[in-house]
Design a protein around this ligand. Structure first.
Ligand SMILES: [Fe+2]
Ligand SMILES: [Fe+2]
Length: 186
């Protein structure tokens, strides 16, 4: 059995794609606080996931899958970030939320499918297994600054502020963490 520590970056990202799909369903099928929590968890996971892809996976895939493929994925990720920020501003209780969220879901799931078909297989074929395992550290570095739940008594703890903040702030923070991790590997 593969342990979490041995999971390579592609296995980890694929399992996150499944979690992302499940969270989209949970947001769609819930209301009120449950929906707000699910939307928040989706934001957190997308920040972790897309930051690791942007900083580590897409650069590595550029030679294997081609620049056009990578540029298209980066553009989709930027678009998703903006859409997520708009949804956050709108709020899960807004009458416009459902329609916009459905568009966002379709875009993100199509993006993930493109990665699964045009990028990950090429990366797996052309990158040695030990490097792929090492690259999983980028995802863990992003997760370290983006815990699942804020501590209720954390007060001014910056993690609480981060986790409660708008999507763009969460994305910036996780991207910085992955960039620091990447630079520490050189
Ligand atoms: Fe992505
Ligand atoms: Fe992805």
């Amino acid at each position: 059995m593969t342990t979490v520590q041995e999971q390579d970056v592609i296995e980890l990202l694929l399992s996150q794609h499944q979690q992302i799909r499940a969270l989209f369903t949970r947001v769609r099928q819930s209301t009120g606080d449950t929906r707000r929590d699910a939307f928040h968890e989706l934001t957190r996971l997308l920040a972790v996931h897309e930051s690791a892809e942007e900083q580590v996976v897409h650069p590595a895939a550029r030679d294997d899958a081609g620049s056009d493929v990578v540029e298209a994925r980066l553009a989709e990720e930027n678009e998703a970030k903006r859409a997520l920020a708009k949804l956050y501003d709108l709020g899960v209780d807004s009458p416009d939320f459902d329609a916009r969220f459905a568009e966002f879901e379709a875009a993100v799931l199509s993006h993930a499918l493109h990665e699964e078909q045009e990028e990950f297989p090429q990366l797996r074929t052309k990158t040695d297994p030990a490097t792929l395992v090492r690259m999983a550290g980028a995802v863990r570095a992003a997760e370290a600054v983006s815990p699942t739940r804020p501590h209720p008594n954390a007060g001014e703890n910056p993690i609480t502020n981060l986790i409660a903040g708008p999507p763009l702030a969460i994305f910036d923070k996780t991207r910085d963490a992955v960039r620091d991790w990447r630079q520490s590997q050189n």
